[in-house]
Design a protein around this ligand. Sequence first.
Ligand SMILES: [Zn+2]
Length: 482
Amino acid sequence: MAYGTDLITLGRRIRHHRRERGLTLDQLGAKVGVVGSQLSLIENGRREPKLSLLQALSAELDVPMPDLLRDEAPDERTALEIELAKAQAGPLYSTLGLPIVPPSRSLPMETLQSLVGLHRELDRRARQSIATPEEARRANTENKAGMRERANYLPDLEQAAQDALASVGHTTGALTHRSVSLLAERLGFTLVYVDDLPHSARSVTDLHNGRIYLPPASIPGGHGLRSMALQAMAHRILDHTPPENYADFLRQRLEINYFAAACLMPLEQSVRFLQAAKQRKDLSVEDFRDAFGVTHEAAALRMTNLATSHLDMRVHFLRVGEDGAVYKAYENDGLPLPTDVTGAVEGQPVCDKWAARGALARTNRTTEFYQYTDTPAGTFWCATQTGSMSDQGEFSITFGVPFAEAKWFRGRDTQQRRVSTCPDESCCRRPSSELAERWSTAAWPSAKLHAHILSPLPSGKFPGVAENEVYQFLERHAGTLS
Ligand SMILES: [Zn+2]
């Protein structure tokens, strides 16, 4: 638009000032040299006035040009009229084949408010991506295939993390809470720890007052807090906008997780640490975890980022729940992960011969559990650690490599070896004929309902988080600003 403002708003500002002067269309038209009908088209935003005409109008109405060109409505009623005119001119309304209601002065205020309200809601619903389980699974599977192609390594995010760390002078050692706070400050945020976050939110950012709200600092596992704060900042650092669809939502979540991990386990220090351990033939997730003060899962996942790109090694990662189902998995070493017909691994049961299952059955779990597993795709070695979370029960974290790479790892000399022929059902899924005969007509189990990651599906303004809860929360805390 030639004047840097939209024609509807410009037209309404002209009309507003004309009426204030008590002039009719014809009267003002005569003064500036156009017929009334021309002026009407301009006031309705349907014709763009020439600069000379604008100058004449500015002089005649005694309104300075910059004022005439301001991009806001002259009053509340006009703002609604403009919104209605724009909504009716938009692509969404035009698909409906309904008549245009002229947003004229004769339109009662309630009618105007009602129509604008309906248009807003129509727009909101159209934008809201209501992902079906199939769409979500597809987006997730595509996302993962893309990451596998890139060896789970994202150089741009590594760079963003390095820049962020350099900006607060972090060069060595574990990333402290202090450095994370400094980084927040540099971005114009204060970290505030509260105990009444909305249940569905991990953190809430107040852009008005420059605050990032996090759960109480006293909960065990400082890594979680640093990670959450970094993730909240990552949205800003990586210029995220509200996700438009489920694929977008997944990509953003992946990026903030990656960024946080790359800050907590910085590229150069991590690679140096891992390469040295490889040279000593003493690689282990637990040492890497302890060196950088992160969780076992975070360390294992970070190793999947760096193994192929910097250690020349193909690897796999598994997080398996106490029900034996995959919660999270990655492989680029050919380990035959269980999948459903769409190629998704989440929620699929892993072979009960695998260490990911076997480790959960052990009674002594203080150390990593090592195992060689023969599969139809070759022999793999892995290290499995178990843990538990109050809300998710027990789980195991597995990091593994093909047989030939086991020589670099602590635990390579284990005598533990199992044979798995999965996905052949006779491996561990199909009961023996003897058992089947005895029980097939007498067994009647009742299934637990699984709350797996992909359901319920996020939708709405803040995917997965209740909008109203977030606003109420912010309202509550904005009052505590000094
Ligand atoms: Zn099996």
